[in-house]
Design a protein around this ligand. Structure first.
Ligand SMILES: Cc1cc2nc3c(=O)[nH]c(=O)nc-3n(C[C@H](O)[C@H](O)[C@H](O)COP(=O)(O)OP(=O)(O)OC[C@H]3O[C@@H](n4cnc5c(N)ncnc54)[C@H](O)[C@@H]3O)c2cc1C
Length: 438
């Protein structure tokens, strides 16, 4: 790369956000470079593994017909409330696994396979992917607008009308581009650890009662996080399971536990052990998740610069959504740059259209809806233990046929609840929870 190279746009990071932005701009005929620090996209990226088809299709129309590396199409989603001995399961199994146009609603992926495929679609659209290249700083013009990036390569300054920052959680470039207001606090970040456990496809299908190609997701709240706010998960891949746990960094700092330790114990849970029995650990990884929500978001644009995805705190932890917010925001960032290119105006005022698009979409609407959840989760880790325990005991009581009349059982359950929480505390817990998720 020579000193004076100038592009229409530079995208930093070839995850879901960056690949989406690059694909949209490339397709519109812009001269786009997509920088990725890994040897290949996805080399080090970590995700539980559930992607959402609609946001991918918005970038790569009818992608499901192009032989994408999907692991399994999700047909069943379960939520478990766990104690050390039992789980209370709620969920849905559906035959409606696709939207009307055939686009799969949700599917599992392994990022080491998915990211190269998705980035290749950006290349098909005309973007120029440059792997093994880290952006180490942004460049400024005399008017105070971002006009490029400095890469770690020799003579590696690259210039562009617009830079789209998609470098993931703890974005270094957000700071350099003066978008980050204040550094994230420990309760704005969760730490996720994950193992991929290999098992034959038939074994997975039999253990999860699945048809070929179909998958199950299980989110596990309660004892598996051992008093930390967060949850565990088990997702089915073609011939492996993705198993992990993610909890708030602020709680890990207090308890001095490691998430690896939590994961090891989760694997011993009597309902999880049989699911993974006989499997080989193929992969272990750990990664931060930006869960600070709306109030912890950076500024989303400036002169010559936009930011999308994890780099901008766009994760909806409650619904286990991040990749889709990233892809949607990346697409909108790309569209904004295309429009700015037509006007030949990359000023902050011109790029403000990006924030307007985001505010009008599910991305910011959902983050606003749950804006008080991060602080609540930080304040009330006890809820992650108390209620799964009480609810399991209540259901167990009602399902135990021991000659005790049902009304007496109900009284026993009520006494159990009141022994754990006074009536006012129960009402307050319910009200506070409702307030943050309504
Ligand atoms: C344990 C765990 C489980 C999760 N489970 C789910 C799930 O099931 N479903 C879901 O939707 N979301 C999930 N998420 C969240 C999801 O992974 C992210 O929200 C999503 O990957 C964000 O995409 P992104 O493109 O913004 O960032 P990333 O996917 O992190 O991509 C950033 C890219 O930028 C590159 N990069 C970084 N710095 C530089 C630099 N300076 N120069 C060049 N390249 C750079 C990185 O190598 C990477 O390729 C999970 C996250 C974790 C950690």
């Amino acid at each position: 790369m020579s000193n004076a190279e100038k592009f229409d746009a530079i995208v930093v990071g070839a995850g879901p956000a960056g690949a989406s932005a690059a694909a949209v701009m490339g397709r519109a005929g812009l001269n786009v470079v997509l920088l990725e620090r890994g040897d290949v996209p996805g080399a080090k990226n970590v995700m539980g593994g559930v992607m959402y088809g609609r946001m991918v299709a918005d970038v790569v129309p009818e992608f499901w017909k192009a032989d994408p590396p999907l692991e399994r199409v999700v047909a069943e989603e379960r939520m478990w409330l766990a104690t050390p001995d039992d789980v209370l399961s709620v969920g849905q199994r559906t035959t409606h696994v696709t939207h009307d146009d055939g686009c799969p609603n949700a599917f599992t992926v392994l990022r080491a396979k998915w990211d190269p495929w998705f980035a290749a679609r950006a290349e098909d659209a005309g973007a120029f992917l440059v792997p093994s290249t880290t952006a180490v700083d942004v460049l400024w013009d005399d008017a105070g607008n971002v006009c490029g990036v400095r890469t770690g390569r020799e003579d590696g300054d690259l210039y562009a009308d617009a830079v789209v920052i998609c470098d993931g959680v703890n974005s270094f470039l957000a700071k350099r581009a003066r978008l980050e207001g204040h550094p994230p606090e420990p309760h704005h970040l969760a730490l996720g650890v994950k193992e991929v456990i290999g098992l034959p496809a038939e074994v997975i299908e039999s253990r999860f009662n699945l048809e070929r190609g179909q998958g199950t997701t299980i989110e596990i709240y309660g004892s598996v996080t051992q008093g930390h706010s967060g949850y565990g998960f088990v997702y089915t891949n073609r011939d492996s399971l993705s198993l992990g746990v993610g909890v708030l960094v602020s709680h890990l700092m207090r308890t001095k536990r490691t998430p690896y330790d939590l994961l090891e114990q989760m694997k011993q849970h009597p309902m999880i052990r049989p699911l993974i029995a006989g499997g080989d650990v193929l992969e272990y990884s750990a990664h931060a998740i930006p869960e600070g929500g709306y109030d912890a978001m950076p500024r989303l644009y400036g002169g010559g610069v936009l930011i999308a995805g994890d780099a901008a705190m766009m994760v909806n932890g409650l619904h286990r959504e991040g990749s889709n917010l990233a892809a949607a925001a990346g697409r909108m960032a790309g569209e904004t740059v295309v429009e700015a290119h037509r006007r030949n105006d990359f000023s902050a005022r011109s790029l403000a259209a990006y924030e307007a698009k985001l505010r009008d979409s599910f991305v910011v609407k959902d983050l606003v809806k749950y804006r008080h959840l991060p602080a609540f989760a930080d304040r009330r880790p006890d809820l992650f233990e108390i209620y799964p325990r009480l609810m399991n005991r209540a259901v167990h009581e009602m399902l135990t046929v021991d000659g005790l009349p049902k009304r007496d059982k109900q009284r026993k359950i009520a006494r159990d609840f009141l022994a754990a929480r006074r009536p006012l505390q129960l009402v307050r817990d319910l009200y506070e929870t409702w307030k943050v998720i309504r």
